[in-house]
Design a protein around this ligand. Structure first.
Ligand code: ADP
Ligand code: MG
Ligand code: MG
Ligand code: MG
Length: 400
């Protein structure tokens, strides 16, 4: 039950609310628009044109609409989201919107307006290149995860932080929608009958299910570091010069490879879908090679930054023992490949799809690409320990 002080704001009440925060002048004529696109939250864009000032208010709704029904969902996710953004700002202030205010009883927080940026998924569907994206995301994941891990924090501090990010309800959504439902004949799945044969093949693949079970169990149990938890290309705002990570309401302590794997998977889905989005084969190859570079550079930036932090700022005694860094990075890589496989599959046949594939007008082509995505995802999951580096991973989808 939401607290009695809670009410979902509307365009009138949100103005009354922000006026009390003294961010705008008393007499400012504010313009408001609700710009959210989801089923979980309200996002208000509030502008004072005469002073060229603007702000975003994001409010959690006490329910989520899933398969036509309303499911109660904790308002606490506004706290998870704003706390994560504030924590990340300690290490990568230029890569997140600044949080100005958090209100527990209304389940909302106020942050910088990033309207000058574009959601990365829209940019990649349009074929736009972002030269700093890979370095920024690699650095982002490396810093946020290293500084919240046992390699850096005192074990008491680490466990204190873990407690603040116990996020069972949002984790359950991932456990179901990423790791479980797509691998069973579950009612939340959503795919055209034309690809049903390929989907049934996946459901009948016991080796695949066995490997997904391992990945799900890792997600459930491995509190390596603070994760964003939903790092797909719809959670990243970009311009060619700037990268901002948003929407960390799924944040929790989990295996580091999960954030990287989700990002990789969404870039891979973009790669596949360019077959339909960019008609000129020369331009398409160019853009796909940019996406491949993005994958490579994200991993190499992550590795480089994480290694530097480990060597210079590692406090855990074993960080100084030769070989421990390499074996940990090896683990993160294998996990990332496996998690990427799960994400590719669930975005193709699960509840939440990606516009990259679903907007493809030629349905025959759309279904072919979806089947290809299922093959790739399956291959990543089953062969993740054999795919030892990014070159090999990329080879897999060149061969397809
Ligand atoms: P949800 O959790 O509902 O997915 P998001 O945080 O992803 O919410 O925001 C939904 C949409 O609202 C984004 O795709 C973007 O268009 C807009 N939005 C969110 N945060 C901001 C912001 N700080 N500045 C400008 N627009 C934003
Ligand atoms: Mg959304
Ligand atoms: Mg979102
Ligand atoms: Mg969200």
């Amino acid at each position: 039950q939401p607290p009695s002080t809670y009410e979902p704001l509307n365009e009138n009440t949100v103005v009354q609310f922000v006026k009390k925060l003294n961010y705008f002048t008393e007499d400012a004529a504010l313009q408001v628009r609700e710009i959210g696109d989801g089923n979980l939250n309200l996002v208000f864009h509030i502008v004072d044109e005469s002073h060229a000032k603007s702000i975003i208010v994001k409010q959690a709704l006490p329910y989520a609409k899933v398969v036509g029904e309303s499911w109660p969902l904790t308002l606490e996710r506004a706290r998870f989201e704003s706390s994560y953004l504030q924590k990340a700002a300690e290490y990568v202030p230029n890569l997140v919107p600044k949080v100005h205010y958090y209100d527990e009883s209304l389940g909302l927080f106020v942050m910088d307006d990033l309207s000058s940026h574009l959601i990365l998924r829209k940019g990649t569907i349009e074929g736009i290149q972002y030269p700093h994206l890979a370095r920024d995301i690699g650095t982002f994941v490396a810093k946020v995860t290293f500084y919240t891990s046992d390699f850096y924090l005192h074990p008491f501090e680490k466990k204190q932080l873990v407690k603040q990010f116990i996020n069972p309800e949002l984790c359950k959504i991932t456990e179901d929608l990423v790791f479980t439902d797509p691998f069973f004949d579950h009612e939340t799945n959503d795919f055209p009958t034309e690809i049903r044969e390929a989907v049934e093949q996946l459901w009948n693949d016991s080796e695949l299910r066995h490997e997904v079970a391992k990945l799900k169990f890792q997600f459930l149990t491995q509190a390596e570091a603070l994760l964003h938890g939903d790092l797909h290309t719809g959670s990243i705002f970009v311009t060619p010069e700037s990268t901002k990570v948003i929407d960390p309401e799924f944040s929790f302590f989990g295996p580091i490879g999960f954030d990287l794997g989700q990002f990789f998977a969404n870039i891979i889905l973009s790669y596949l879908s360019q077959e339909a989005h960019i008609l000129s084969s020369k331009e398409r190859k160019q853009y796909q090679s940019y996406l491949v570079d993005t994958l490579k550079q994200t991993w190499s930036s992550f590795k480089q930054e994480f290694s530097k932090l480990w060597e210079n700022e590692g406090n855990e005694v074993y960080t100084q023992v030769p070989g421990t860094l390499e074996s940990f990075l090896g683990k993160v890589w294998v996990d990332a490949v496996g998690f990427a496989g799960c994400e590719v599959i669930r975005r193709t046949i699960g509840l939440a799809h990606v516009a990259d594939l679903d907007t493809i007008q030629d349905l025959t082509q759309q279904y072919q690409l979806k089947e290809k995505a299922l093959e790739l995802g399956t291959y990543f999951i089953k062969n993740r320990t054999q795919i030892t580096n990014m070159e090999q991973l990329i080879q897999v989808f060149y061969q397809e």
